[in-house]
Design a protein around this ligand. Structure first.
Ligand code: FES
Ligand code: FES
Length: 213
């Protein structure tokens, strides 16, 4: 019984074949390719690439929030809202639309109200950032917080941190002297529960009391 020739040996005549060089090149190339794609090496290369990208993209930032300077590590593209919520665990500021349309993320920066979803954390270094967590003085509620409770200025409460921060600024700006003014200047803060009349009443009460900050 004779051994069956392998397809390769059957196809190869004795002596050097014209395409021997090409065959040995293909074998060598396959060997290198096999090594290059070996799972452990491939995985290691991917991990190294991911790590270097991550380290390269992260910056150290110092944010002064509610009177305390906090240091975070975050990418320059991180919004102030995400930095507050994800890096500093200040989850009082809410993410409603993440597009500057609902006002749930309103915070004060150097006393001015802004949508924190529309500004980058890195741009707010060296500024005084006040969030809903910094509004009360210890156990003592801010007068507007107390007025919201008194006037039932919320139902589900999702929009409330933004309404409060915006309301405080609205009074300070002098834009709360009439109901119409309050409605106009608070129009960037939406409430799906429709607590608008009660919110206006709370803001007007605090404005009439003479509070300016
Ligand atoms: Fe910022 Fe809606 S979450 S405006
Ligand atoms: Fe529910 Fe305003 S209280 S969205």
């Amino acid at each position: 019984m004779t051994d069956n020739p392998t397809p390769d040996s059957a196809a190869l005549p004795d002596g050097p074949a014209p395409d021997d060089g090409r065959r040995s090149f293909i074998k060598q190339a396959s060997g290198f390719l096999g090594l290059a794609l070996a799972p452990p090496l491939l995985g290691q290369a991917e991990r190294l690439t991911a790590t270097s990208k991550k380290v390269a993209g992260v910056s150290e930032m110092r944010l002064k929030v509610n009177g305390t300077v906090r240091t975070i590590q975050a990418e320059p593209r991180v919004t102030l809202l995400d930095a507050l919520r994800e890096n500093l665990d200040l989850t009082g500021s809410k993410k409603g639309c993440d597009h500057g349309q609902c006002g749930a993320c309103t915070v004060l920066v150097d006393g001015r109200r802004i949508n924190s979803c529309l500004t980058l954390a890195v741009m707010n270094q060296g500024k005084e950032i006040t969030t809903i967590e910094g509004l009360a003085q210890g156990e003592e509620l801010h007068p507007l917080q107390a007025a919201f409770i008194q006037h039932d200025g919320f139902q589900c409460g999702y929009c409330t941190p933004g309404q409060l921060m915006s309301g405080v600024a609205c009074i300070k700006e002098g834009h709360a002297t009439t109901d119409g003014d309050v409605r106009e200047w608070m129009s960037g803060n939406l409430c799906r529960c429709g607590a608008y009349p009660n919110i206006v009443a709370a803001i007007r009460q605090v404005e009439k009391s003479g509070l300016k900050s």
